[in-house]
Design a protein. Structure first.
Length: 462
């Protein structure tokens, strides 16, 4: 009887997977949405004061609802449709590059140019570009597979894509560039790049990045000399750094036509991080966010003050987006913070379980790349909140408030669910009862990290 029940349960999960996608990924998705609604209701106290209690959480729930609808629609469609592969990935890359360029012509907000302002909506291309780089790299790394390894053409295409995206995103935030680099290099390793080539690419990237910083530093020194000369002549000089440091106190647009330069601000944040001891320091505009974030976590006393009882949400700038993990820890304690971390790590672990039995490279790279994107962004956010990384703006996937971020993460979940629904399950692969959907010949390459079941145990780490 117990064996019959177990078989019935397993069959039900397989049927659910074949119709709707992996149930574990659905569970993580729904749990993150529930946490987002509860915690944003508390963390939006600064917005509530301006627009009212219902409009703030209502707008957030509208974005979550629209995003969930996108997830459902994409999950119900096969990822391998020739039209989708031939048009959506290149089109997504083209739209991303165009919008990243258009950002340079947008008004300056809080000392930076990050968003395109549309009627009733603010679109942030940097969030959308993270999804785009994963799909583009998955396409290139699958197309240029040979004997479960990457050809030189695939490596060149991947590196060129990462370079273009990182270059366009640099002015919007260094953290986004580092995140794109982390995603890209991780996918190169999974895609089968040779060790020597990976070391050579890493060294080249480090040299180029160091050269950029040296050139920028020299340029900043020249700008300071010019500013001093203009000041002595009675010409007003606009300091974008001050505007950025005051980002936590105001969200007013700075429409100054001066050139945006965030290098001094970045150096200041890195210097403050290097000399920080995680103890209380006298607060000022440069460390206010970090200090209030630590105070929120300390106020939890390890076990939390309870849902809706946050004290620092009314003082912590951007508590509903860049620092929502601190509010989660304050209200739910260390256990709540660990639970959220486990959700993201579980998503990555589940992706690996699906990938290890995929026969094709494209679905494997898509699902593991998207899981890496979501998990790495979550780790960046948590590291910034806990003081492991310098202060920077990075939303917590699907939990932080922000329309572009929510829609992007929902699209990523939809693609993962579509892939998990259409690839061969472990049981079908073992019984040889099913075949994975056909792909175009150029993408019909073998999965470089597939683990083929053997009659006897083998060491998979060899």
């Amino acid at each position: 009887m117990a064996e019959k029940t177990k078989k019935t349960g397993t069959t039900s999960l397989q049927e659910f997977n074949s119709k709707y996608g992996d149930p574990w990924i659905w569970g993580i998705f729904i749990m993150l949405i529930l946490i987002s609604i509860v915690e944003n209701y508390t963390a939006s106290s600064q917005e509530v004061e301006k627009v009212g209690i219902y409009w703030s959480i209502g707008k957030h729930m509208i974005f979550l609802g629209v995003g969930a609808a996108f997830t459902w629609i994409i999950a119900r469609h096969d990822y391998n449709k020739p039209t989708f592969l031939a048009m959506s990935i290149p089109l997504l890359a083209l739209v991303t590059v165009v919008t990243l360029v258009l950002v340079f012509f947008q008004p300056v907000t809080n000392g930076a140019q990050r968003a395109i302002h549309l009627p009733g909506f603010t679109f942030q291309p940097t969030e959308f570009s993270k999804l785009s780089i994963v799909t583009l790299l998955a396409y290139f790394l699958a197309k240029y597979q040979k004997n479960k390894g990457l050809t030189n053409g695939g490596i060149a295409a991947a590196c060129l894509s990462m370079g273009i995206y990182a270059g366009l995103m640099y002015r919007s935030g260094l953290t986004n560039c580092l995140l794109v680099g982390a995603i890209g290099f991780s996918m190169l390793i999974i895609g089968g790049i040779q060790f020597k080539k990976f070391c050579a690419i890493s060294a080249t990237a480090a040299i180029l990045l160091g050269g950029v910083f040296i050139i920028k530093d020299q340029g900043n020194k020249n700008d300071e000399l010019i500013a001093a000369a203009e000041s002595s002549n009675g010409i007003e000089h606009v300091d974008a750094t001050k505007s950025d440091n005051a980002a936590g106190d105001s969200h007013k647009e700075d429409k100054a036509e001066a050139r945006v330069d965030r290098s001094n601000m970045r150096r200041g944040r890195i210097d403050a991080w290097l000399h920080s001891n995680l103890l209380y320091e006298e607060m000022n505009n440069s460390n206010r966010q970090a200090m209030l974030s630590r105070m929120a976590q300390a106020h939890s006393n390890g076990y939390g003050v309870g849902i809706g009882q946050s004290r620092e949400c009314s003082r912590l700038p951007l508590a509903f987006s860049d620092y929502i993990f601190s509010i989660i820890v304050e209200e739910l304690g260390l256990e709540g913070g660990i639970f959220v971390l486990i959700l993201y790590l579980s998503l990555l672990g589940r992706a690996f379980m699906i990938v290890r039995r995929c026969h094709r490279a494209l679905p494997s790279l898509l699902i593991i790349g998207l899981a890496l994107f979501i998990t790495l962004q979550a780790l960046f956010h948590i590291a910034i909140n806990t003081g492991v990384f310098p202060v920077s703006g990075q939303p917590l996937p699907l939990i932080s408030k922000g329309g572009t971020s929510i829609l992007t993460i929902c699209l990523a979940f939809g693609i993962m669910l579509s892939v998990s629904r259409t690839v061969t399950t472990s049981k079908k692969a073992k019984d040889n009862k099913g075949k994975e959907p056909e792909l175009p010949d150029e993408l019909n390459t073998e999965n470089p990290i597939e683990i083929i079941p053997e009659p006897t145990p083998i060491n998979i780490w060899k």
